[in-house]
Design a protein around this ligand. Structure first.
Ligand code: CMX
Length: 139
């Protein structure tokens, strides 16, 4: 597989607005997008630091993946996302090499990316995401 860079780092927070305040006022990075990902039951805020994004995740449902994570582990690093060329092939390759997949096929995530997760129990405790921006077809 071909990973090109760290696309983003996902951080679970209890209160998105408060957390945005820290990133903007203390770290001096601007939030350039806030997006709800209904499918994942989260509200997200994005920042760019060089080529890498920071994605803050606030849960909209205590039973959603981020809600459960915060209840169990508290706020903090939630996942690491790699940009990959050929997401379907990367998933097949990971599975063939014994990695447990959460998503067997990519689905749509924030910012129009195709995304898929690998299970943290087979990635040394780090929930891992593959992302790929597919070029939009011209109308
Ligand atoms: N990082 C590391 N470990 C994690 C984890 C995370 N983010 N989330 C859960 N775990 C661990 C739990 O601590 C637990 O470990 P123990 O059994 O040792 O206690 C184990 O995984 C199972 O966790 P659980 O609370 O019982 O939760 P589920 O099995 O129901 O779900 C997971 C866990 C990872 C499969 C689920 O959270 C998932 O599908 N995640 C992918 C989707 C996602 O996270 N979406 C939010 C981001 C969306 C976006 O970026 O747009």
């Amino acid at each position: 597989m071909e990973l090109t860079h760290i696309e983003h780092i996902g951080i679970a927070v209890k209160d998105l607005d408060k957390a945005i305040g820290y990133y903007e006022k203390v770290l001096g990075v601007s939030c350039y997008a806030i997006e709800e990902v209904k499918d994942q039951k989260v509200r997200t805020a994005f920042f760019k630091v060089g080529q890498t994004k920071i994605e803050l995740l606030e849960s909209m449902d205590p039973e959603g993946p981020v809600g459960k994570f915060i209840t169990k582990k508290g706020e903090g690093l939630h996942h690491l996302a790699f940009a990959v060329k050929g997401i379907e092939q990367a998933l097949t390759e990971a599975e063939d090499k014994g990695v447990r997949l959460i998503d067997h096929k990519p689905r749509k995530g924030a910012e129009g990316l195709d995304i898929a997760f690998l299970h943290p129990k087979s990635t040394f405790g780090v929930l891992t995401e593959f992302c790929e921006l597919k070029t939009l077809k011209k109308e």
